[in-house]
Design a protein around this ligand. Sequence first.
Ligand code: ADP
Length: 294
Amino acid sequence: MIDLTTYVNRMPVAGETLEAPDFTMGFGGKGANQAIAAARLGSRVGFISMVGQDNFGEQQLANFKANHLDVTGVGVSQKNSGTAPIFVDPSADNRILIIKGANNDLTPAVLDQHVNLIQHTKLIVLQQEIPLATNYHAIDLANKSHVPVLLNPAPANRDLNLTHVSRVDFFAPNETELATLTGMPTGNLTEIKAAARHLIDLGVKNLLVTLGAKGVLWVCANDCQLIDAIKVQAVDTTGAGDAFIGAFAHYFAQGEDVPRALHHANAYAALTVTRRGTQTSYPTAAEVERAEQP
Ligand code: ADP
């Protein structure tokens, strides 16, 4: 996905043409963001996706390569690249459209061409900017090869079949996505825990609910821990969730246990909210090390 952000003085009404003061283009896509966060921390990341046969697609591919992703799993579709026109008003309220384009061509059959990549990895990380059927197929392939899977159900989609969710090792929604999926309120920690328990009862092994400045709640069959966020002065929280997932994947694949990997993912995501932008705010392993020094 390419983010096309227009900063407006006010939103135009139907039929109106307005001049807007500023525009930026940024590399986005939840999967790409997460892959790049993990790669900046030093993981070897194989990225399976589809870009469009257009200028944006070429730029995306160059960006993946510049960030050292293995792009053997990146295909080129006849459709336009996925784009997200975003409108931000002076009070920071935003309106976002998502045109999935090429992402819709990442079909289950495409995954079959990359089974080798799927079988030889320490963790598969899925998001919901591709067809649900493709994610279900990825879960099948992973289960068959005994490779752990993390599903980040973003953007939230009520059509997600929770039977498949019980077959992933980590299910990682934010508070809003948890509410959408369960139809339960998530206004405070007690409600969040109840909604989380509902999914655990359906067979989800580990639930990781990200809670913004409050950190992350880890719930599994026998345990429930709130791992506090690191206190920072936030300037831009865009892409914090993706930074968190990418970092968790990296630390888990390094062999850290779940609470430790979550603590490190909190620290990584906290660093990103102190900087502007999405991928531009994601630090490297060396920058994380420097930030940790007193
Ligand atoms: P999303 O971007 O999906 O809405 P969250 O807002 O839950 O995700 O944030 C993801 C993670 O980023 C949190 O679990 C936390 O680790 C970190 N984070 C987000 N906002 C802050 C903040 N203001 N201060 C410190 N850490 C933050």
